[in-house]
Design a binder for this molecule. Structure first.
Ligand SMILES: [Zn+2]
Length: 317
């Protein structure tokens, strides 16, 4: 029997899971809605049921599972046992490792080799193993979504912070006295480089093509609409987009200056802008970085499956 691994991506809307073979090819995938308002023990029983669905057929084990990884959108303590803070899940100081081991010992046992991982770290592992960061010894994934997150690979290993508190690159301060961030500080990358920033700017400057594409409905403004309008040459949208490029390039140049990163991957919703975003970013990072040359910058390869694949990879890093 071959050896298989399961990865879970626990999000505030859905829980996704997949079984991978030893080369990390996806064999089967399943998902269920996230049970809102339930505690971590309940959620872990949902994970076990989902794993049972994937692993057993007519009561017979289809896959010999050697490890389970669980990605969560939040911070995990340095011992890897407790989800300290995952707003979207309603988990605070939740003993998720204990709860999952308990759930996975009920009924037909799958494995007790279980580990937790932050979802941005998981996405970084996925890119490093199978995506655009493949082969790099020093690499970063930056995710540009509702917030700004990311993961770091240093010397071929996932860097979890010097004291194990994690990597919060989205809260690098890139503009002194800049806009208020979700963390309470000002001028963080998250405040200036998130999809949320693009949306807010589109709403503040609700006119011309942005207004047309949003159907006159200010609440319908998305980051994609702002980017599409900039692509089409709309002046208002272009000036928003250019400011965004300034912020993002400062953020990436700062990372490059500190770590001399071989390769940076840009993921998350805003990365859908593709070359229209990456090309000016490469140029600006070149201008702003200390070094005469800098490492590659590219759009991340994985979208939705990055979390589950990275979770399945957690025992390798
Ligand atoms: Zn912040």
């Amino acid at each position: 029997m071959s050896r298989y691994r399961i990865g879970f991506d626990v999000g505030g809307t859905n829980i996704a899971a997949a079984v991978y073979d030893e080369h990390y090819n996806m064999i089967e995938k399943a998902s269920v809605p996230f049970p809102r308002g339930k505690d971590v023990y309940f959620v872990c029983r949902v994970l076990k049921n989902l794993a049972d669905e994937l692993v057993f057929e007519n009561g017979v084990k289809k896959y010999d599972v050697i490890s389970v990884g669980i990605a969560v959108p939040g911070s995990i303590d340095s011992s890897g046992e407790t989800v300290i803070d995952a707003h979207n899940l309603g988990f605070f100081d939740a003993p998720m490792l204990t709860a999952s081991k308990e759930a996975f010992s009920e009924g037909k046992e799958i494995t007790q080799n279980i580990a937790l991982i932050n979802d941005a770290d998981a996405a970084c592992l996925a890119e490093h193993k199978k995506g655009v960061l493949r082969g790099a010894t020093t690499a970063a994934l930056i995710t540009l979504g509702t917030g700004v997150g990311g993961g770091l690979i240093i010397n071929g290993r996932l860097f979890k912070g010097g004291r194990g508190s994690g990597v919060e690159m989205g809260h690098m301060i890139i503009e002194q006295g800049g806009e208020r961030c979700t963390c309470g500080n000002y001028g963080c990358a998250e405040a200036l480089c998130s999809a949320t920033w693009l949306i807010n700017q589109g709403r503040k400057n609700f006119s011309g093509m942005i207004k047309t594409l949003a159907g006159g409905n200010i609440d319908a403004v998305t980051a994609k609409i702002v980017v599409d309008c900039a692509k089409a040459g709309d002046e208002v949208a272009l000036s928003i987009f250019n400011k965004y490029v300034e912020s993002l390039s400062s953020f990436i140049a700062s990372l490059v200056n500190v770590l001399d990163i071989e390769r940076v991957a840009i993921g998350g919703g805003v990365s859908g802008a593709g070359d229209f975003l990456v090309n000016p970013i490469i140029r600006k990072v070149g201008e702003k970085s200390f070094f005469r040359t800098h490492g590659d910058i590219a759009i991340a390869e994985f979208e939705n499956d990055a979390g589950i694949l990275g979770a399945a990879l957690v025992h390798e890093y």
